[in-house]
Design a binder for this molecule. Structure first.
Ligand code: AMP
Ligand code: ZN
Length: 125
């Protein structure tokens, strides 16, 4: 799926129909503060193109995906996350993706973020 989707909240943010606390924009990407921050710094970096998730990525998306990764590092630097940060791309129901428009989370702050997953109890031996 690609293009712009009128029923997608991130496409509506890109279109300016919904507000966002924007930190970066260019022809291909938009970055803004997550509305429910899970860390002192919590940004989302999205492509302006509607792509449902990383699972739908194809070779023609390679440059855009590279831009997202580089922009994550730039934005983390700009936010003063000089000792590191976490980048997360939740994908599909197993990845607990809530918004079906590809996005990378940037999370960070003065303290270590803790375990990557809250619990590993679901792991079977
Ligand atoms: P995910 O679970 O990876 O799909 O994450 C979706 C993220 O989008 C969550 O962290 C939400 O808090 C965030 N979110 C949802 N709606 C908005 C919005 N209107 N503005 C900013 N962030 C949002
Ligand atoms: Zn969208």
């Amino acid at each position: 799926m690609s293009g712009t989707h009128s029923d997608c909240i991130f496409c509506r943010i890109v279109a300016g129909e919904l507000p966002s606390n924007k930190v970066y924009e260019d022809d291909d990407l938009l970055a803004f503060h997550d509305i429910r921050p899970a860390a002192p710094v919590h940004l989302l970096v999205i492509p302006k193109l509607h792509l449902q998730s990383l699972a739908q990525a194809r070779p023609e998306h390679e440059a855009m995906l590279g831009k997202i990764m580089l922009r994550c590092a730039e934005l983390a630097r700009a936010q003063g996350l000089n000792d590191g940060f976490r980048t997360i791309i939740n994908t599909g129901p197993i990845g607990c993706q809530e918004v079906p428009h590809l996005h990378a989370h940037i999370l960070g702050g003065p303290e270590p973020l803790g375990a990557m997953l809250p619990s590993q109890l679901h792991l079977k031996r």
